[in-house]
Design a protein around this ligand. Structure first.
Ligand SMILES: Cc1cc2nc3c(=O)[nH]c(=O)nc-3n(C[C@H](O)[C@H](O)[C@H](O)COP(=O)(O)OP(=O)(O)OC[C@H]3O[C@@H](n4cnc5c(N)ncnc54)[C@H](O)[C@@H]3O)c2cc1C
Length: 393
């Protein structure tokens, strides 16, 4: 590309949101260029859901999103719902299944979702440019993009460059830089849906438990998630931990409470078995993984239930229903599934995702201060925000 190329729309970022916006804008007859700075399109889609892409959630609704303005997501989610995306998936005969809690995964491979979106772009003659980085964006009456391949002149620009998670596959702060360049506020970012680290004293115990998982109810403030937790060499992971991590603002020094037996009332169980000669340790092994019981053993655990006072038994029960863990940090953007914060939604129209200040400039997907729970919600936000921007850009 040597001379100036003209398009109606330049979508920057060839991930989930960018692919959707490009295809929808193309469907309206707009001439669209989709610019991706890596060699691969939709790389996060490819690695998502263990290679099977948890592409949406049957129960997606505004309450599954974290955003400075909690009403912001309503419009886009209502105008392009999970059922709209499911229809698209079905129209490509992509087989899928519900794994748990409404989470829909491909039966085959996440590449099917990438191919579907690429095919939607191809049908509308979207010009997909890989290995193409944008070094500058200027605005006169139109936008002028300086790219590795030359100058692109366009009426609208859609920023779909995602968040900061997993820099090794292309994440960049480009979207935030462009926002700031145009005087658009960017809210502080932090890793989310991320494994948590614990202090050295706790880590000794957790290292022994590495690999143990347990269906638990994890709480932080008013938020609670019921799913598995996983003990690791660095601290805690597993779906319930990833979910609660999104609500920790500082990480270091914050305390989460884990009910390791949410379906059992251990105090009542101890009372029912008060005459039992079974040791507390053996009794607890009926409910909890052996390694966990061994890791929390005190001298009392070798004694029989009948030998111990109720107050001691109740303290043991309390320790299991209210297992308190002080967090020392997170595993950072290298391991985080998403980024909290980003382009301030107060700066955008919730109907179109267009900047209020800069007509023709749109921000979509994870670059925006909208973060979904684990379970297909983040892709749904990418599809919904991409769709509405595609309708107006
Ligand atoms: C390991 C992992 C698993 C996940 N699994 C799921 C899941 O199963 N379900 C779910 O809902 N969510 C999942 N997520 C989250 C989901 O992948 C993201 O929320 C979603 O991809 C965001 O879409 P996006 O288009 O905004 O950003 P991205 O998909 O990150 O796309 C941004 C694109 O922009 C490109 N880019 C960045 N900077 C530039 C630049 N300067 N110029 C040009 N291009 C640029 C990037 O290379 C990338 O291709 C997962 C995330 C990770 C990391």
């Amino acid at each position: 590309m040597s001379s100036k190329l003209q398009y109606d729309v330049a979508v920057i970022g060839g991930g989930a949101a960018g692919l959707m916006a490009a295809a929808i804008a193309g469907k309206r007859g707009r001439r669209v260029v989709l610019i991706e700075h890596t060699a691969k399109i939709g790389e996060k889609i490819r690695i998502s859901g263990g290679g099977r892409c948890n592409f949406t959630n049957l129960f997606a609704s505004p309450k599954n999103y974290i955003c400075h303005n909690k009403h912001f997501v309503k419009s886009a989610l209502a105008r392009y719902t999970q059922h709209d995306f499911i229809k698209l998936v079905e129209s490509y005969d992509i087989a899928y299944h519900e794994k748990t809690l409404g989470q829909l995964f491909c039966d085959g491979s996440s590449k099917q979702i990438i191919n579907m979106l690429l095919s939607e772009c191809e049908k509308r003659q979207v010009d997909v440019r890989l290995n193409c980085s944008v070094t500058a964006i200027e605005r006169n009456d139109r936008f002028v993009l300086t790219t590795a391949e030359g100058i692109i002149d366009t009426a609208s620009v859609v920023i779909a460059t995602g968040g900061l998670s997993i820099p090794q596959i292309g994440a960049s702060d480009f979207g935030y830089k462009i926002a700031r360049q145009f005087g658009i506020k960017v809210l502080a970012t932090r890793p989310a849906l991320v494994p948590l680290k614990v202090e050295a004293s706790t880590l000794n115990m957790f290292t022994k438990l590495s690999g143990v998982s347990q269906d638990s109810l994890v709480s932080y403030g008013d938020m609670q998630f019921r799913e598995n937790i996983l003990f690791t060499h660095r601290g805690l992971s597993g779906p319930a931990i990833l979910q609660i991590s999104s609500y920790l603002e500082k990480f270091s020094g914050e305390e989460i409470i884990i009910n390791l037996l949410p379906d059992v009332d251990l105090k009542k169980e101890f009372v029912s078995y008060k005459n039992s000669k079974q040791s507390v340790a053996n009794f607890l092994k009926n409910y909890l993984p052996n390694r966990f019981v061994e890791a929390i053993m005190t001298n009392d655990f070798d004694r029989s239930i009948t030998d111990l006072k109720n107050s001691i038994l109740f303290d043991i029960a309390e320790g299991i229903h209210q297992f308190k863990v002080t967090i020392s940090g997170s595993e950072g953007y290298q391991k985080a599934e998403v980024t909290i914060g980003g382009v301030d939604t107060d700066e955008l129209s919730s109907k179109t995702m267009e900047s209020q200040k800069i007509p023709g400039l749109f921000f979509i997907g994870e670059a925006v201060d909208v973060t979904g729970w684990l379970g297909g919600y983040n892709f749904q936000w990418a599809w919904s925000s991409g769709y509405v921007a595609g309708q107006y850009c």
